[in-house]
Design a protein around this ligand. Structure first.
Ligand code: NAD
Length: 320
């Protein structure tokens, strides 16, 4: 396995994650169909190029992502202690359920689909859709028991509104939460995660940032139908993508490189579904290490996106 990607520590966990992490939601065919053969080849290429972190959830593709990722990891055959897997609990195709009973059952189902004895990280998935007090008082204690049982090594929480993280972290004993996963808040069009990083560091909590391409907004082909962004944000990103294309530049590369520059973030999780995407994304990271960064195009794209900077969309039932 080559080590072309840098490895970054994740909070106090002792884990070192590749700066580019493999988002496995596309393996659940949520961004278009992916065959098992493509999935296996994509995961194999990821390992070959130094990716060691894979993130999934029972929600992605209604359990398909976990099944396909498990199949691909088994087929590739890398020893289990050489890679890090995170999955989630509480969000399912059928809806949200953060009860102790459901999340306790959920990890066994995930482990079976993933064909594993343990996952490295189990995260409560999109907690803004549940009761944050239930997360504090019921879900996290249940996850603590799973940790003691050896089914999971570390505990995390995920979601879109940034206020959920401090709400929960302020109400649990230190060390309860090892990691947070934020998405769509550290990229060219939205950098609001930055303000929270000193607080997270002070708590020893590892930071994972997902969706550097803003779930498809910062790609040439554009976002999927279900993308929740408001129309003006979609339009501005489309303009930026067209601008880059005309200049012979790749907006996705620019976007990923932008996110990778913040070393306080342990890994940038990008969704990948083909060997080509893995190669492009790892190349973007390695070029950056060599100091190869297109500052001018970045400044031009930032200018295009200025009117929509830090625009986001509502998510969940919490007023935070
Ligand atoms: P993303 O911003 O990573 O965009 C993914 C899209 O971009 C897919 O369509 C993918 O095929 C495409 N893509 C990837 N590389 C490309 C390239 N070089 N050029 C052009 N297109 C490219 O969004 P995402 O997949 O939603 O997020 C990444 C991962 O982060 C997810 O797979 C998931 O694991 C995790 N995530 C978690 C949460 C959560 O827990 N709430 C939310 C969002 C994302």
């Amino acid at each position: 396995m080559s080590n072309s990607l840098d490895l970054r520590p994740l909070g106090n966990t002792g884990l070192k994650l590749s700066s580019v992490g493999f988002g496995a939601s596309p393996l659940g065919s949520v961004f278009g169909p992916v065959s098992d053969e493509e999935a296996i080849a994509t995961v194999r290429e990821a390992f070959r190029l130094g990716v060691n972190f894979f993130d999934t959830s029972p929600y992605y593709g209604g359990t398909l992502s976990e099944k396909v990722l498990g199949k691909a990891l088994k087929a590739v055959g890398v020893p289990r202690n050489e890679y890090i897997v995170s999955t989630k609990c509480g969000r399912y195709k059928e809806g949200f359920d953060f009860s102790a009973e459901r999340v306790t059952k959920s990890i066994d189902e995930s482990l079976e689909r993933l064909q594993m004895d343990y996952v490295d990280i189990l995260q409560c998935h999109d907690i803004e859709f549940g009761s944050l007090d239930q997360i504090v008082n019921e879900t996290l204690p249940a996850l603590q028991k799973l940790k003691e049982a050896g089914k999971i090594r570390f505990i995390g929480i995920t979601g879109l509104p940034l206020g959920i993280f401090s709400y929960v972290l302020d109400r649990v004993p230190p060390g309860t939460i090892d990691v947070i996963l934020s998405y769509c808040h550290y990229g060219i069009n939205d950098t609001t995660l930055e303000d929270l990083i000193p607080y997270l560091k002070s708590k020893g909590v590892g930071v994972i940032s997902a969706s550097p391409l803003a779930m498809g907004l910062l790609t040439e082909s554009g976002p999927p139908e279900w993308h929740p962004a408001p129309p003006e944000l979609k339009a501005a990103c489309q303009t930026a993508a067209a601008f880059c294309k005309k200049k012979g530049k790749d907006i996705s590369k620019l976007a990923l490189q932008y996110s990778l520059c913040n070393k306080d973030i342990s890994t940038i999780l990008v969704g990948m579904k083909s060997v080509e995407q893995v190669q492009l994304n790892v190349a973007a990271a390695t070029e950056l290490v060599k100091g190869d960064k297109d500052e001018q195009t970045l400044a031009e794209v930032e200018e295009i996106l200025k009117p929509v900077k830090n625009q986001t969309w509502p998510s969940g039932i919490q007023q935070i």
